[in-house]
Design a protein around this ligand. Structure first.
Ligand SMILES: *Cc1c(COP(=O)(O)O)cnc(C)c1O
Length: 340
């Protein structure tokens, strides 16, 4: 397979049009057979449900080249399952899980020239999404839907080395109890745009959101779950029904417990105890783990002992182990790596 002539390590995180994308349509109560297309544009009516009432959801995962030259994806079955759950909560017809994984494979295969080589740090980012497409003006779910997956190559997340982030505690809420925080709905991102723009203006990389009901417990950031490391080397992640169940976080908790033999706990985390942790990181598909060096709560600073220069030692071990599994340097738990 001849790869595209791209300076892989200089790529950023932006949209690059690749050769093929997958499309399936839901009409008259059923999904059609779907397939690949070269057409990157979508034509829809001015009154399409997605445009009026934001009936849309998405997923994100990566394809990449392992050390021994295989093209693989990481746990696409969990993306399929999460989009299924999201669709049900948004009154959308879920796309069948087996077909989701099959479509992921088709898109990667058709764009194999765009899968960055091993060692470049770049990956092929896959974006599955589902939206209501027919005209809807009275508030109700659409009758017709489109499911798509496109692929776009993205550069290494940590260009020029890992730099711990500084976060601020947000005055806005990301998700309400019994709301939609646990699903990957586009609307969760629309309402987070203002808080993130404000945070950036104030010089912070991300917002830490607290629970909307009591503002005493840690939730997550706009697009990544928290992991904390205790002073005695255990791993803790916040438990809440309004956190998005990150596949990276769930995988890291498994790695912590089953591979590294660490104490790993999912439990409520009170903001008051954050100052007592030794390390903090953000988990998501994009970076795997981004270390957090400092959290600022209305002028009061919490500086983690791991500092502002590098990842803490436990965070680093988790990061190295999971990326080692993904890149084929460490044996993967059953079913985690799907070969294309
Ligand atoms: C997608 C997402 C994450 C990260 O999930 P991964 O499956 O690890 O990529 C975390 N928080 C929110 C709000 C998200 O939308």
């Amino acid at each position: 397979m001849e790869k595209k002539d791209i300076k892989w390590s200089e790529l950023g995180f932006g949209y690059v049009k690749t050769d093929k994308r997958y499309v399936a349509n839901f009409r008259n109560g059923a999904w059609d057979e779907g397939g690949l297309t070269e057409d990157a544009d979508i034509v829809m009516n001015e009154c399409a449900c997605v445009l009026q009432y934001a009936q849309t959801c998405f997923e994100g995962l990566k394809a990449y080249t392992t050390e021994d030259g295989r093209t693989v994806c990481f746990r696409p079955d969990l993306n399929a399952a999460r989009m299924y759950d999201t669709a049900l909560r948004l009154e959308m017809p879920p796309f069948p899980k087996e077909r989701f994984v099959e479509a992921v494979k088709q898109v990667v295969k058709a764009n194999e020239a765009w899968v960055p080589p091993y060692g470049s740090g770049a990956t092929l980012y896959l974006r599955p999404y589902l939206f209501g497409i027919n005209p809807v003006i009275g508030v109700k779910p659409a009758d017709e839907y489109q499911f798509r997956i496109f692929a776009t190559p993205v550069g290494p997340y940590f260009k020029g080395g890992v730099k711990p982030l500084t976060l601020c505690v947000s005055d806005f809420d990301r998700a309400a109890p019994h709301g939609t925080g646990h699903i990957k709905a586009g609307l969760n991102y629309a309402m987070s745009l203002h808080p993130i723009v404000e945070a950036h203006k104030a010089g912070f990389a991300e917002n830490m959101y607290l629970d909307a009901a009591t503002r005493t417990k840690v939730e997550e950031t706009g697009g990544a779950n928290f992991l904390f490391v205790t002073k005695d080397g255990g791993v803790v992640t916040p438990k809440s029904d309004s956190i998005l169940p990150s596949i990276t976080r769930r995988s890291l908790m498994y790695v912590a417990k089953e591979i590294l033999g660490l104490k790993a706990e999912e439990r409520e985390v009170h903001f008051d105890e954050v100052k007592d942790f030794a390390e903090c990181g953000l988990c998501g598909t994009a970076a795997v783990i981004s270390p957090v060096g400092k959290i600022v709560d209305h002028g009061k600073e919490i500086a983690f002992p791991s500092g502002m220069d590098e990842m803490g030692p436990v965070t680093k071990k988790l990061y190295d182990t999971l990326t080692g599994i993904q890149m084929g340097r460490i044996e993967a738990p059953e079913g985690w790596i799907v070969e294309i």
